[in-house]
Design a binder for this molecule. Structure first.
Ligand code: SF4
Ligand code: SF4
Length: 447
């Protein structure tokens, strides 16, 4: 079979191992599924981040193990001639939110998020079409900014349940889910320059993702202010004039629309390359967007530049922690003594070990006491929490740990959540606002 993603990283997996259970078809894709050796640690009960769908349902059918087994059966021809359009694989993958908990916590590093992406791509190919809602949700970066003009209409949906119910029937978006709040102006509309800061400052690129740009420009502004206060020369990579804004391609990838994800990734790489080539670090704010440059870009077959781009890509907290360790960070950060903050980590921050950097950077703020919430996936997971058929499971995932912990916080505590989706889920589920780390640090700038 021809796979849509590059699975060559798994080519040698299981070589010479008679017990590896590598499927008959699928090449590296099959070998990646065979990484699951079936010891079922993903079905244990507990508070680890791994597999929110199993934790929420307690049903082995919604565990990483069952998904890997079903994929192997599909590739071994046990699910009929068209396994990717059949009900078994669809049911197994239904509640996988692509959180990458398994990639980090499975002892063998089963990467079900990527396997599911390939399975989706194969499904669309076998069906010969992509359902409208899937195409529509994948294309969020294209239309999110246009919601700005429809704000009055969208308010109507929020206030009148019958309107929301009709919208649910037409779009498949849950009537019980609030819509993203698009800000009056996009960050990149307001900030017109391409580079800010002193000519002799250490150069950095601040990559503004779709969500920070349209939903949370205050976070993008806070990150820019912070970097300028640190004396950096900050580049704001942009698409060529007149073209659509840059996008990492995450939403298309999650939907299994690989060609479009690749096209978006190429545009982003083209814009970053002149800076990356000179060794300029690329800083991002939204974990699932920035970390795509370090992870899935390898599977998108983007050529030789991908390695250097991946090595340059850092979350804001990783960049600041690294600068601090290198004794290059000149930021004075202070909040009134006794200020307390609780932190919810985004799944991809956890999967890529970025929580250590969060801890370190928040520890640089004098006067701030920080408490890390023991939570798994918030349950929103991009479009998952919007989908009518997934709304209840989305909330169940959130209620496992995150929302009760948030409700128990004192009203005067800051709540830090770097994921746009996490902040949305917290607002919907606990009626509480939360902010990106950049905003806490911006507030803490002294002088
Ligand atoms: S996914 Fe990982 S933890 Fe679960 S059964 Fe397979 S190898 Fe074990
Ligand atoms: S990506 Fe997340 S939801 Fe999907 S199998 Fe892995 S841990 Fe479970």
């Amino acid at each position: 079979m021809r796979t849509e993603l590059d699975w060559s990283a798994y080519d040698s997996y299981g070589a010479g191992d008679a017990y590896a259970q590598v499927p008959a078809a699928g090449g590296g894709f099959g070998r990646a599924a065979a990484v699951c050796i079936g010891n079922r640690q993903c079905q244990r009960d507990g508070n680890g981040v791994m597999c929110p769908s199993f934790r929420a349902t307690k049903d082995p059918v919604h565990s990483t193990h069952h998904r890997a087994q079903t994929l192997k059966a599909a590739l071994n021809g046990e699910l009929g001639a068209s396994p990717f359009t059949g009900p078994e694989l669809a049911a197994a993958m239904d509640l996988c939110v692509g959180c990458k908990g398994c990639k980090r916590e499975c002892p063998n590093g089963t990467d079900m998020a990527l396997l599911r992406t390939e399975a989706r791509a194969q499904r669309w190919q076998a069906l010969g079409r992509v359902p409208l809602r899937e195409r529509w949700l994948a294309a969020v970066p294209r239309w999110l900014g246009h919601l700005r003009r429809l704000r009055a209409l969208l308010c109507l949906r929020e206030r009148l349940p019958p309107v929301a119910a009709i919208a649910e029937r037409l779009t498949g978006i849950s009537a019980r889910r609030s819509l993203p709040r698009v800000s009056a102006r996009a960050f990149l509309q307001d900030v017109e320059g391409d580079v800010y800061g002193p000519a002799d400052g250490r150069e950095v690129a601040l990559l503004i993702d779709t969500f920070s740009n349209h939903l949370d420009p205050a976070t993008a502004q806070a990150a820019l202010d912070l970097l300028l206060a640190g004396g950096y020369r900050v580049h704001l990579p942009r698409a060529p004039r007149g073209a659509a804004a840059l996008c990492c391609g995450r939403t298309w990838l999650s939907s299994g629309l690989i060609d479009e994800a690749r096209a978006q990734a190429v545009r982003t790489m083209d814009a970053l390359w002149p800076l990356v080539e000179r060794g300029v670090p690329v800083i991002g704010l939204e974990p699932s967007c920035l970390l795509m440059l370090r992870d899935e870009y390898y599977a998108l077959v983007l050529g030789e530049r991908v390695e250097q781009v991946a090595k340059s890509a850092l979350l804001l907290e990783e960049f600041l922690a690294r600068e601090h360790d290198a004794k290059r960070l000149s930021l004075a950060l202070r909040l009134p003594d006794g200020t307390r903050a609780a932190v919810h980590g985004h799944c991809h921050q956890k999967a890529f070990g970025a929580m250590k950097a969060m801890r370190k950077v928040l520890g640089l703020v004098h006067g701030l006491e920080t408490h890390f919430i023991e939570s798994s996936c918030c349950g929103m997971a991009g479009s998952f929490g919007y989908e009518a058929e997934h709304f209840d499971q989305s909330m169940r995932m959130a209620e496992l740990a995150l929302l009760p912990a948030v409700r128990a916080l004192d009203a005067d505590m800051l709540l830090v959540a770097n994921g746009t989706s996490c902040r949305h889920q917290i607002r919907d589920g606990a009626q509480r606002s939360s902010v990106h780390l950049a905003q806490v640090l911006r507030r803490a700038l002294v002088g």
